[in-house]
Design a protein around this ligand. Structure first.
Ligand SMILES: [Zn+2]
Length: 168
C-alpha cells in the first residue's frame, strides 16, 4: 500500500463481506422515545440555540477538535424544513470558520453518516496543521490511533468556539 494517508503498513487481508440482509434493522433511536439526543439536556452540549445544538465527545481524541451539530427536534437530514435546511447551511459555515481559525487546525472535514443515530448528526473533524499525512478520508481512523491532544488546550479551544458561535 503506497497511499501515504493509509494508517497501516505490512500485509493486510480484506475481510469477507457479509451477505446482504433482506430487511435492515431500525437504526439507533429511530423512535424519539429511545433517542439519546432527544433525552440529553442542554447542559451536556457545548452550545445551543432554539433549534440547534453542538456537542463534543466527552474527552479529547487524536484530532484537535471533533464536534457534532444536531437539530434540537428529532429529525434526520431529509426531514429538515426549508428553514432548518437554511440554518444548517449557515451554522455549518460558521462552525467551520470557528474551528479553522484555531492555530492548531489546517482544515475542517464535515460529514454525516446516516447509519448510526437516526437523529441527524453532522460531524466536524479538524485536521491538525502540518500533518499532511492525515489528509483525506482515513482521518477518522487517525483520530482513534493518535494519542489524545492536551486536555487543557482542548478545553480552551472549546471555550473559544463556543464564544464564536454565540457571537451572532
Ligand atoms: Zn432524537
Amino acid at each position: 500500500m503506497t497511499w501515504p494517508a493509509f494508517p497501516f503498513e505490512g500485509k493486510l487481508r480484506i475481510k469477507k463481506i457479509a451477505d446482504p440482509v433482506d430487511i435492515e434493522p431500525p437504526r439507533k433511536g429511530e423512535d424519539s422515545v429511545n433517542c439519546t439526543a432527544c433525552h440529553t439536556p442542554d447542559s451536556e452540549y457545548l452550545w445551543a440555540n432554539e433549534r440547534w445544538r453542538v456537542k463534543t465527545p466527552p474527552k479529547p481524541s487524536g484530532l484537535p477538535i471533533v464536534m457534532i451539530l444536531e437539530p434540537r427536534a428529532h429529525l434526520d437530514i431529509g426531514d429538515l424544513s426549508t428553514m432548518h435546511a437554511a440554518e444548517l447551511g449557515v451554522l455549518t459555515v460558521r462552525l467551520e470558520r470557528a474551528i479553522r481559525s484555531l492555530d492548531s487546525v489546517a482544515r475542517v472535514h464535515i460529514t454525516r453518516w446516516g447509519d448510526g443515530s437516526a437523529h441527524l448528526q453532522q460531524w466536524f473533524m479538524a485536521r491538525p496543521a502540518g500533518y499532511l499525512q492525515l489528509r483525506g478520508p482515513f482521518m477518522t481512523m487517525w483520530d482513534e490511533i493518535l494519542p489524545p491532544v492536551d486536555e487543557a488546550q482542548w478545553k480552551l479551544d472549546l471555550d473559544y468556539i463556543s464564544a464564536w458561535m454565540g457571537d451572532e
